[in-house]
Each structure stands twice: as structure tokens, then as C-alpha cells.
Design a protein around this ligand. Structure first.
Ligand code: PLP
Length: 406
């Protein structure tokens, strides 16, 4: 059993461990070290490799890198410039105006596609920053016409077209007259740089959706309007090789960050997780037979066993469901999560003997072992693989790790 003295010693050890953190972990911040625990490592080599793998699967078509939802949890400010530097990446894409602004603020230079609405005031700020708009509403010719007049030039767009998903976009059957309205007159509202749709992720229907885009392109061409570039395929179509849906560019999110849309895609795409969620051991405890852990002593042991408390919990994005069978990598061993994942703490069982000590680094999610792969953690926790990435707390530190060469 842990005495109060041992507990105090644990806390003191963490405080003492602070200045050492930089030695073993690639933490480059000079801020108070404890505020960096837990943290997320963004693996630049993995990002580069995933972009290469995806471009390869897509027949070397350009990649539009989706960076919505805080770049799938990797951090817009951290990952934006890393994506920007990749040769395969033609453009970045986000859903909210503030995400586009954050990418520019972080130094991203490539075009940014805003796949969501913006107000007139936002448009006046975004368009001069090279943020390409995705009109989809009946009102777009009027609104963008006004913005074009105020800016003295047409607004660059990728038309957002609905080919059967019924979520977003201008319904394809109504698109042609609308496109004509957008480009009409001596001072057109827009410059059409492309058009895109969302696939329903059902291979046969996806192919039909891609055909509808080609048909729309041909119909527009017949009226003298060029749509230079079409795109539709997100990670699912790329990973499952729905090649007819690749059109002129692919638009993946999850796969870039190393997530698999489903287990079956694994043989086709050798992706590497671009994130790792890590935290240090803040307390080590020895339980006697019959002792229990966490609220209601939810996990009990029938023999003496060591446990470790990690300073990370569900507020950081580690799923509460991790207690249903997830393991963390600690000192080269996999340790099961026991008791409860609480807001800021996670307890793991270490076994009857241990060399784990306060200050050791645990990998909760990452590429270092198949058991902590984001897909595997999501699966065991009963969580979606998208949530595993996107629900990582924006407030915890992101640090860049891995070799740039990838
Ligand atoms: C999120 C999103 C994507 C990327 O989807 P993944 O499944 O993560 O590859 C592509 N296009 C649009 C419009 C999206 O909203």
C-alpha cells in the first residue's frame, strides 16, 4: 500500500523530473515543463510518407489536404505548415473561416479551400488571402457578385455540388443555370477553378457520382464555361481504390494523418499514425490482494499488483471507453487501463513486478505498437476512428517529432 509519504515522494519526483523532460522527449518549448504533460507529438515523417502513399494510390494526382477540426487533432498551427511543405499537397481544405485564417497566420502559403459558408464580411477578408470559396447556395451569384465588385475582381471558387449525398452542395440537376448565373455578365462574380462533390462511400454509387461530375463539366463546357478541376475522393475512396472516383485530384483527411477508414484498407495503404498522445507517470502504487482502483473501486485485484497513474484523461481526448480493453505502452510493455478513465487521470496495471517509476513516458495512442494505433484504441474503446483524432483536446501542447525526410 502506498503511504502518504510515498505519495508525497511521487509528487516531489514529478516536480524534480520537470527539467529533465527535454532530455528524453523531443519537447522544444521553454515553458514550464509540467504544463506540457500530456502532449501530442506530430510525426512529420509520417505525414510526408502518408502523402506519398496517398498520391501513389491516386495515380499521382494532386492531394487536397483536408485540415478541418484542428487538422484532425494534430493542431492547425503545427501541422498546417508541415502539409504546406509537402510536394504532393496542392491545396489545403477546411470547413470554417477561422480555420482558414489560422492556417494563413501559421504561414501556410498554398491555396486554402473553404468548404463551408462565409459571410460577406468574412469573404472580404478571406478572398484577398487566397482562400478559395465553395459556393453552393442559390444566393451565391448575388453575394459573390457583390464581393467581386467590392474587391474589384472575381472570387476564385471550387463549386460545391451535391451528386447524391444530400448534405451539402448545389443539387447537380440545378447546377448548370446557377453556374451560368455565377459567370454571367461583363464582370462575373467568380473565377471557376474547380468543382467538387462528396461521395456517399458506397463504391458503385460513388462511380455514378463521379460520372455526374464529368457530365456537369461537359454540359458547362458546351455553354462555354470551363471547370478545370474536379475532385471527390476522401480517404475512403482512396484507400479502397475506387479509381473511377479519383477525377482530377483527391481530397483525403483521415488517411493523411495515418488513420484507416476500415481495417480492410490496411493491406492496400501502408500508412503511419502522424500523432502520438503521451503522458508521464505521476504516481506509482502497490496494491495488496483485495484492493480496488478508482471510483467504487471498480477494478479489484486478487493478488499484489503495481499500478501507475498517468496525468491524462478524457478531457485530453483519451476515450473514457479505453477502460474496455485498451492498453498503454510503458517501459516497452503493454499495460491495461483499469478502473475508470477520469477527466485528468488514467490508471494502468503494471503487474506483480515493475521497474516503472514516476516520470516515465507512457504512449496512449501512436504508431509505436499495433495495440496503441489510433484505429486499435478507437476499436477497443468503442469510439470512431475519426473521433480518436478529432477529439484530441486543442489545449494540450503539440510538438513536432520525427525525421523530416520520412
Ligand atoms: C472531412 C471531409 C473530407 C475528408 O474526409 P476523410 O474521410 O477524413 O478523408 C473531404 N471532403 C469533405 C467535404 C469533408 O468534409
Amino acid at each position: 500500500m502506498t503511504s502518504r509519504r510515498e505519495f508525497c515522494a511521487s509528487v516531489a519526483a514529478v516536480l524534480a523530473a520537470g527539467p529533465m523532460l527535454g532530455a528524453s522527449a523531443p519537447l522544444r518549448s521553454t515553458r514550464a515543463r509540467l504544463s506540457l504533460d500530456p502532449w501530442i507529438e506530430v510525426d512529420v515523417g509520417a505525414l510526408a510518407r502518408n502523402a506519398r502513399v496517398i498520391a501513389g494510390l491516386a495515380g499521382n494526382r494532386p492531394v487536397i489536404a483536408v485540415a478541418k477540426n484542428n487538422a484532425y487533432g494534430t493542431g492547425l498551427a503545427t501541422t498546417g505548415p508541415l502539409l504546406d511543405a509537402l510536394a504532393e499537397v496542392r491545396m489545403l481544405a477546411v470547413v470554417r473561416p477561422e480555420e482558414a485564417l489560422a492556417l494563413r497566420k501559421a504561414g501556410v502559403r498554398k491555396p486554402i479551400l473553404l468548404m463551408g459558408p462565409a459571410t460577406e464580411e468574412e469573404l472580404l477578408e478571406l478572398v484577398p488571402l487566397g482562400v478559395v470559396q465553395s459556393p453552393y447556395r442559390d444566393a451565391a451569384p448575388t453575394l459573390l457578385g457583390r464581393v467581386a465588385r467590392r474587391l474589384g475582381r472575381p472570387v476564385p471558387v471550387h463549386l460545391y455540388v451535391d451528386t447524391g449525398m444530400h448534405r451539402m452542395g448545389m443539387p447537380v440537376a440545378e447546377a448548370l443555370p446557377w453556374i451560368q448565373a455565377l459567370t454571367a455578365g461583363p464582370t462575373p462574380a467568380v473565377t471557376i477553378e474547380g468543382a467538387f462533390t462528396e461521395l456517399v462511400e458506397d463504391a458503385e454509387f460513388d462511380r455514378a457520382q463521379a460520372s455526374r461530375m464529368r457530365e456537369l463539366q461537359a454540359a458547362a463546357r458546351a455553354t462555354g464555361i470551363a471547370i478545370p478541376m474536379l475532385h471527390a475522393a476522401s480517404s475512403e475512396a482512396v484507400q479502397h481504390q475506387t479509381t473511377e472516383a479519383f477525377l482530377d485530384a483527391v481530397r483525403p483527411g483521415l488517411a493523411l494523418y495515418g488513420g484507416y477508414v476500415s481495417g480492410q484498407a490496411r493491406e492496400r495503404a501502408d500508412l503511419r499514425p502522424a500523432i502520438a498522445l503521451k503522458a508521464r507517470v505521476i504516481r506509482v502504487d502497490r496494491l495488496a490482494a483485495g484492493d480496488g482502483v478508482s471510483y467504487h473501486r471498480r477494478w479489484r485485484t486478487d493478488r499484489p499488483v503495481w499500478t501507475a497513474t498517468l496525468g491524462v484523461g478524457h478531457v485530453d481526448g483519451y476515450p473514457s471507453g479505453a477502460v474496455k480493453g485498451c492498453e498503454v505502452l510503458l517501459g516497452g510493455t503493454l499495460c491495461p487501463v483499469v478502473g475508470t478513465v477520469s477527466a485528468s487521470h488514467t490508471i494502468v496495471a503494471l503487474g506483480e513486478e515493475t521497474s516503472v517509476k514516476v516520470g516515465d513516458v507512457a504512449v496512449l495512442v501512436g504508431g509505436e505498437h499495433p495495440a496503441v494505433h489510433p484505429n486499435e484504441v478507437a476499436k477497443r474503446a468503442g469510439y470512431s476512428e475519426y473521433d480518436m483524432f478529432m477529439h484530441l483536446s486543442p489545449s494540450i501542447a503539440r510538438v513536432v517529432a520525427g525525421a523530416r525526410a520520412g
